[in-house]
Ligand binder design. Structure first.
Ligand SMILES: C[S@@+](CC[C@H](N)C(=O)[O-])C[C@H]1O[C@@H](n2cnc3c(N)ncnc32)[C@H](O)[C@@H]1O
Length: 281
């Protein structure tokens, strides 16, 4: 018997890839074809459609398109995230980057951070905890805003709810848990002290015009997003990020994120494990 993923027609799979490329800049890996094919097949059945070709038509137009594009992002399972991801990088942010930015901004007492591609919010709350620790008792005197954006509305809704299961909280230091979270059922929810620092908003990194309305940032975390993009989308996104970063600001990317084409815009700082970049001057 044929594996169910193999019954997805080549042209349907190619159209799904094209849709992801146009909508989000995402280049689906050929190697994930079978896994994605199986999930699309399941979705086809859930929707009561005949096959993946009909699913492509369903994706193409109609009021359900926006929701279904979100579903497709979920099916592509590119939203993996966790608390405390890349501890060395976060330590570098806390010990080296933030003290410098705080010193540079001491007159205005204002800090702006952007988690671009925040998925279900763990990265944004990590940033909030780190800023809390870096500012210490000064936190109430500072105007701190952490903007967290993603293209996936479903992920953002979870992020905004700020509730995480015990398993999702496993990498959180117990002190941070007790200080910034309160137990709620089978998991914990972020306390207001943290939640109030973060604003979640839908934003497509492909939209350079909309990015201009987000303001400028001292720190931008764009981790594990660029690695999903094709070369063109990546180049555009690196340009957008540079445009939104203060000249003295710092960009943090993930370990697999290429900043190709970005070398003329950014230079690395802090050594390889930090994956930190600052604008070329
Ligand atoms: C692997 S997660 C990264 C989450 C977090 N930054 C981290 O490193 O743990 C990638 C996220 O990028 C988002 N994403 C993909 N394409 C995007 C785009 N064009 N604009 C904004 N977000 C996008 C996905 O929805 C997903 O939530």
């Amino acid at each position: 018997m044929k594996h169910e993923a193999q019954v997805i027609a080549d042209d349907a799979y190619d159209e799904i890839c094209g849709t992801m490329r146009d909508h989000a800049g995402i280049e689906l890996e050929r190697t994930r074809r079978f896994a994605l094919g199986a999930r699309v097949q399941r979705r086809v059945r859930e929707l009561g459609l005949g096959d993946a070709t009909q699913y492509c038509a369903y994706l193409r137009m109609g009021p359900q398109r926006v929701h279904e594009l979100d579903e497709l992002l979920r099916l592509a399972s590119i939203g993996e995230t966790s608390f405390g991801r890349y501890p060395l990088q976060l330590e570098f942010l806390e010990r080296a980057v933030l003290p410098r930015v705080i010193e540079a901004n001491r007159r205005e007492r204002r800090l702006r951070l952007w988690s671009a591609g925040c998925a279900t919010g763990q990265e944004a709350y990590d940033l909030a905890m780190i800023v809390h620790r870096a500012l210490g008792v000064r936190i109430d005197d500072w105007d701190v805003r952490i903007l967290a954006t993603d293209i996936n509305a479903g992920a953002l809704a979870r992020a905004e709810a700020g509730w995480y299961s015990r398993d999702e909280l496993r990498d959180l230091h117990p002190d941070d848990h007790d200080r910034f979270f309160s137990i709620d059922g089978a998991g914990s929810r972020v306390r207001e002290t943290l939640g109030n620092m973060v604003a979640f908003r839908a934003h497509n990194l492909r939209d350079a015009m909309a990015a201009r309305r987000l303001g400028r940032f001292d720190v931008i975390c764009c981790r594990n997003v660029l690695c999903h993009f094709g070369a063109r989308a990546r180049e555009d996104a690196v340009g957008v990020v540079r445009d939104r970063l203060e000249d003295e600001g710092v960009l943090l990317v993930g370990h697999r994120d290429p900043v190709d084409h970005g070398e003329r815009l950014f230079e690395p700082i802090g050594g390889a494990p930090t994956r930190a970049w600052t604008p070329v001057r």
